[in-house]
Design a binder for this molecule. Structure first.
Ligand code: NAD
Length: 271
């Protein structure tokens, strides 16, 4: 069994992570943290998640829990992640990280930490999106040079970063497949007299509205035909289940930085 601790238990993802952990047959919910001033402090984590009591109380004191945890799952916010990484390295506990909108410094910190502990980091933990990466690789290699490529993403009104980490990851997969540097070819939104489109660019368009959980479309448009590959998430539980699967996969690992493609074995899949 994997003893799982969840940072930020009362967040939108935190609540789903509690449910996914409790429902997983290979995992046990061992700890769930909230901020020290949170109204959810000392509450049963299952009640926080809206699934009924599970017998684990939320806490803000990490030191009480360190010894019993195999993997911490972190879907909090970039400003808290650095401290959480330091804590996990100090106590030699593996991590699943789903926080998006990370700075280059935080990505570097994660890389350094992975020399000591094992980490799965993914901008998107859904199986469908990770399969999408594979489909985009094939599509890019087959018709990418002939097409204008755009990525359109939509999320709920509360999302703080744009474009989404998943949209950027999709762009990276396409850029890698076409041997382009994403920093050089990415165009984030358009306005005014933009001139004609440069075929080499990869465009990003962002929608923020209502309660959209997460939608991503990669558009490959030639003259005369186009392909649109779309993924729509309708529940955050899909990300949470992926994160718990990653935590189980990690429990035997010593160190290293992995992604969801590793967890799902998609890197070996030749399609
Ligand atoms: P949220 O705002 O609902 O939750 C954030 C959590 O962080 C809350 O529990 C909050 O209490 C906690 N937190 C914030 N500041 C804190 C602090 N100073 N100390 C301790 N805890 C603190 O956000 P959300 O919608 O759950 O998303 C969280 C993150 O997960 C975002 O970065 C989002 O983009 C990302 N996300 C990733 C995936 C994926 O598959 N990788 C899927 C969905 C969301």
């Amino acid at each position: 069994m994997t003893n799982i601790g969840i940072f930020g238990a009362n967040g939108r993802m935190g609540r789903n992570l509690i449910q996914a952990t409790v429902e997983d047959q290979k995992a046990t919910l061992a700890a769930a943290t909230v901020r020290s001033n949170s109204p959810f402090l000392n509450m049963d984590a299952g009640l926080v998640a809206g699934i009924g009591e599970v017998g684990v109380k939320t806490s803000s004191d990490l030191n009480l829990m360190a010894k019993t945890i195999n993997v911490w799952i972190d879907f909090t916010l970039p400003e808290v992640l650095a401290d959480n990484i330091d804590y996990c390295v100090e106590h030699n506990i593996n991590m699943v990280i789903g926080v998006t909108g990370l700075s280059a410094e935080l990505l570097e910190k994660m890389q350094q930490a992975s020399k000591h502990i094992a980490i799965v980091f993914a901008a998107n933990f859904s199986t469908g999106v990770n399969l999408l990466y594979k489909l985009l690789e094939v599509t890019s290699k087959t018709i990418g040079e002939d097409c204008d490529i755009e990525i359109i993403e939509g999320h709920h009104r509360y999302k703080k970063d744009a474009p989404s980490g998943t949209a950027l990851a999709l762009g990276q997969v396409i850029a890698d497949a076409l041997d382009r540097n994403l920093d050089e070819v990415a165009v984030y939104g358009r306005e005014g007299d933009t001139g004609e489109r440069d075929r080499k660019t990869i465009g990003f368009a962002t929608v923020r509205a209502g309660d959209i959980v997460g939608e991503h479309t990669a558009l490959f448009a030639d003259i005369g035909e186009r392909i649109e590959i779309t993924h729509k998430a309708s529940s955050r539980l899909t990300f949470a289940k992926g994160a718990v699967r990653a935590a189980n996969w990690l429990s035997e690992k010593q160190n290293g930085l992995f992604d969801m493609q590793d967890v799902l074995g998609l890197k070996e899949l030749n399609i």
